[in-house]
Design a protein around this ligand. Structure first.
Ligand code: DAH
Length: 346
């Protein structure tokens, strides 16, 4: 074949390709066109294969022309495709118009659970006073939960804590965070201690609006030379005022816990302006927020300390109870129900 004929065929190909392309408006048809001209067995490939049939001197000119045409067809195809896509979009918009004035779908922001928030608030207050935070185990043994806390087997004070026992004798779910006192004492003895021990506790009790079988506690423990009841009082007052307000008063009543001597319970005054005040305080104006006391010498000894050298105070409170007071929540079961209507209020 001579170059003249071959080139004429190329030009013919260009013309045909462009003409066919012009008639097409939708994407599938355009893609079919592309396969016809640029597929592996397409027209362009066929034209390029002809180079081999030409005399060597003519190959270069033919090749250049073929490349030019390839470029022209490709550009035309790209344009036509872009146009077809745009038309399809415009058509779909006019068929089912977008109402840009419709309100968007609300995105819900996650938030920290109220129980976690109050814990963090409590940690913050005690950290400012130089306390460290320690976590100890929730599955405890009888020794730490009771015996080392000055409650030998059959001690009647054990009745204060209804206990979940496991099938392994002597292994139970901790009924309070107080066993953590023994763990930190044994870990840090003979150093002084200033720590809060937060965590979940479990009690085998009827679930009511005021008691749950699972709840958090925050235990406090301070041990060192010359730690006194005045330190306990000062610490608790500072804590209560940071949490509830600087003008609040606390009241201390004598009480009994096996692991402290003397033992106290701490009340906070409740503002008379609060319409719930009378109901909450049963007319007394005071609400209990924690148990506390000076660490019993036996407990100090069980932790490895010498009660003649050091003394200490401890306290334990239920942050759920405190949250209920702070936000006037009247049902403790709300804390673990995962009801968004409740959780989103905080
Ligand atoms: N563990 C006690 C309870 O669960 C609370 C408590 C009272 C903790 C006095 C203490 C304390 O550390 O000194 O009822």
């Amino acid at each position: 074949m001579s170059e003249l004929n071959a080139t004429a065929e190329l030009l013919e190909l260009e013309k045909r390709g462009l003409q066919e392309l012009q008639a097409l408006t939708d994407e599938p048809a355009l893609r079919a066109w592309h396969t016809k001209y640029f597929g592996d067995k397409g027209e362009m490939a066929g034209a390029l294969r002809k180079v081999g049939t030409l005399p060597p001197t003519e190959r270069k000119g033919y090749g250049q022309e073929a490349n030019r045409i390839k470029q022209v067809l490709t550009d035309a195809y790209d344009q036509a495709l872009a146009k077809a896509k745009e038309n399809a979009l415009l058509a779909s918009l006019s068929e089912s118009p977008l109402d840009v004035s419709l309100p968007g779908r609300p995105t819900r922001h996650g938030r920290v659970h109220i129980a976690t928030r109050i814990m963090r608030e409590i940690y913050g207050i005690f950290s400012d006073m130089g306390f460290q935070i320690h976590r100890t185990r929730e599955v405890e043994d009888d020794l730490n939960n009771f015996e080392y806390l000055n409650m030998p087997p059959h001690h009647p004070a054990r009745d204060m804590w209804d206990t979940f026992h496991t099938t392994t004798p002597g292994v139970l779910l901790r009924t309070h965070t107080s066993p953590g006192q023994i763990h930190v004492m044994r870990e840090f003895c003979p150093q002084p201690i200033r720590a809060v021990l937060p965590g979940m506790c479990y009690r085998y009790e009827a679930i009511t609006t005021r008691s749950e079988i699972q709840f958090q506690q925050v235990e406090g423990l301070v041990i060192g030379p010359n730690v006194t009841m005045a330190d306990l009082k000062g610490t608790i007052t500072a804590f209560a005022r940071r949490l509830f307000g600087q003008e609040r008063q606390i009241r201390i009543r004598s009480s009994y816990f096996p692991f402290t001597e003397p033992s106290i319970e701490v009340d906070i005054d409740w503002p008379k302006e609060d319409p719930n005040a009378d109901r909450l305080t049963k007319g007394t104006g005071w609400l209990e927020i924690m148990g506390a006391g000076m660490v019993h010498p036996t407990v100090l000894r069980n932790g490895g300390y010498d009660p003649d050298q050091v003394s200490g105070f401890a306290f334990g409170m239920g942050p759920q109870r405190i949250t209920m007071l702070k936000y006037a929540i009247d049902d403790i079961r709300e804390f673990w129900k995962n009801d968004l209507r409740f959780l989103q209020q905080f």
